[in-house]
Design a protein around this ligand. Sequence first.
Ligand code: F6R
Length: 354
Amino acid sequence: EKGRYDHYMHKEIHEQPRALEQTLQGRLGDGVALDDLADETLDGVERVAFVACGTSYHASLYGARLLIERGVPASAHLASEYVTAPPPARAGTIVVGVTQSGETADTLAALREAHSQDQPTLAVTNTVGSTAARECDDALFIRAGPEIGVAATKTFSSQVATLALLAEQLAAREGTGRGRPFRRALAALPDGVRTVVESDDVRSVARQFRDSDAYFFVGRGTGHPVALEGALKLKEITYEHAEGFAAGELKHGPLALVTERTPVFAIDTGHNTEKVASNAEEIRSRGGPVVAVGPADSPLGDRADAHLPVPDTDPALTGVLANVHLQLLAYHVAAELDRPIDKPRNLAKSVTVE
Ligand code: F6R
């Protein structure tokens, strides 16, 4: 039940510290322990191909970057595109379907395609007993608890945390894992999320920008999937136009859209920060308001109209914390505009047709 919250989405945003604790429970110690996986599941795995849709695709893009940072080749595919043009099967590739519900038709179709090519498959899902969990060779559960709001929130954070565990586990075999400092940062992630959720710094920003023409989100590295996710959340529950871009792409087209009525949320995840800061200047010199989302000492802070601070953590996890601000932004803008937050028009929680 919603308890003291007006909407499931708000409740689920606030549940994230607890959801993350459950995700990480028993999986961090002297190393990473993913006990749900059979011993042989990761044997011979040299490469990871993620297939997913929507928010789960953004978590997959994030996970792919965590693997690549550790020297493990990885790619993320929109499930519908994977089916349209399947990449050539290669020995050593595991196809990982990331799906909260475990029932998304496009993702199931991509996993079936991989299976038909004799590629090993793994489901990363929130739902025990789901079709994805049953049909894949193995399943890894994100353990976020039930999510009722149509907009995925806590499951994104738990998906990224699970993929971070998987990345560490795969990299550890090559000796390229980040080891104890990263495991400590992961263990502290629930507290970092709690700080962001409780501060609710974004409420006044939402009020300030509620009548904008459009909302843009830019980032680099893990900040890029967070930009895509921030825009998806905002468009689905506010019905306002929002787009996320790789910050480097701004000057290749989107900058033409920037006016004083289009706030740009610039996400600093420590990847090429100086370049994100110069992107922020390009935006401001064209009259666009900039909201920095990043560490308290981010150089973006001084060059922005507002700053949503993110607690200190390992840079690989900064994006998870930044994303929580953006979830709250979407929530508060939608509340200001009196939208039906838990049941946005035209959308269903689980999309079971291709
Ligand atoms: C967005 C959202 C959708 C889902 C997508 C995949 O808030 O909820 O974009 O992420 O439909 O769903 P799952 O993860 O169940 O496969």
